[in-house]
Structure formats: C-alpha cells, structure tokens
Write a protein that binds this ligand. Structure first.
Ligand code: M6P
Ligand code: ZN
Length: 187
C-alpha cells in the first residue's frame, strides 16, 4: 500500500477516542493468561465474569514500515491477587523506540531489557520513553481509568511470547494498607 496522505487526527484526551479511528481491541482477563503472579486469583476473575481489563483504539495509520501509528490505551482500575491491572506487555521484534504520553489517571510504565527493570510513573502530561530493546507493560495504579497515547514505528511489531518466557522483572502490587504503587522484585 502507498504511504498515506497528510491528515489530522482529533484525539479525545478525556474519553480515549481517535477521529478518524482505525482498529480497536478489547482485552479481557482471559486474554492475560500466565501474566499475573497469582494464577488462582486470575482463574477466579475469569470465572467471575471475565472483565475487560483494557481497550486499545488506534488511528487509521497502519502498522507498516516507515509509518508512525498511534493508539490510545485505557486500562480499567482493579487488581488480581493484589497485582494492579496491566497490559500484556511486549517486546518489539524489530527493536525500535516508542513513546507513551499520559492522558488521564495514574499509571506506570514497566520496562525490562532481560537484565534490568525500570519503573516510570506516568500521569497526564508525562512522556515515558521506551528505548529500543526494552519490553514494556503499562499498569493502572489508581482507582479510575488510566489512559495514555502511544506512538510507535509501524514496523516494530509485537512479541508477547518474550514476556511469558522472561517476565517483566518487577510487579506492581497494591500495598496491603493503602492503594499506592508497590513495585516489587519478582519472587
Ligand atoms: C500501546 C501500544 C500498542 C499496544 C497497546 C497494548 O497502545 O504499545 O502497540 O498494543 O499499548 O499493549 P499490549 O500490546 O502489550 O497488550
Ligand atoms: Zn510497543
């Protein structure tokens, strides 16, 4: 397909929409198998109505080489076995950078290069930079929806198997006594 023509995209920072809009997806608890530390709590949540954990709406810019797609992800508030709701997380098979811009709510960006793990607090107005070669996962650490804009190279791709094999180095847990960030080393 030939490159797109110039066009404007209106984004609704307060409702997570993009206009014009491209593909959208919804990830339910059952789509997050093997990712939460507490498997029993995950199974229970799937049995208990399999809630939508997050949604992703994309602009019409395709995931194709040299294009620059964008998407808005909304992670709903919650925890499973004390671990905050989060995206699956992925590596880019073609290691290229990405940026996330916080739009609403309180979240975090968990980064792991297979050796070092980093945690960035993301709130409205904060840009998190994902360098090439770092797997990335987003986490909602608040009690309202957490929403961010992602901008990434169209040929970067998504490798989800890497995270299942290597983990993400850290987990974000709800503290026992208060609902604040608890990023802990993986057991
Ligand atoms: C952001 C971008 C997308 C990604 C989405 C959900 O919007 O990084 O490329 O698909 O988050 O994350 P995941 O693919 O890990 O479920
Ligand atoms: Zn990515």
């Amino acid at each position: 397909t030939p490159p797109l023509q110039p066009f404007a995209i209106r984004f609704g920072a307060d409702n997570g929409t993009l206009e014009p809009q491209g593909p959208t997806l919804q990830r339910r608890m059952s789509d997050l198998e093997g990712l939460f530390a507490d498997r029993r709590a995950w199974e229970q949540a799937v049995a208990d109505g399999d809630p939508v954990v997050y949604t992703v709406v994309s602009s019409p810019v395709p995931e194709a080489a040299r294009e620059l797609p964008q998407s808005i992800t909304t992670i709903f508030p919650g925890d499973t076995g004390g671990e905050f709701w989060m995206t699956k997380g992925h590596q880019h098979p073609d290691p290229q950078g990405e940026i996330y811009l916080g739009l609403e709510g309180r979240g975090g960006l968990l980064l792991f290069d297979g050796d070092r793990a980093e945690w960035l607090d993301i709130s409205p107005g904060v840009i998190g930079y994902i360098p090439p070669g770092w797997a990335h996962r987003s986490v909602n650490v608040g009690d309202e929806p957490y929403r961010f804009l992602a901008v990434y190279p169209g040929s970067a791709g998504h490798d989800y198997g890497w995270v299942l094999t290597h983990g993400m180095g850290l987990r974000a847990r709800r503290a026992e006594t208060e609902a604040t960030v608890g990023a802990e080393t993986e057991a």
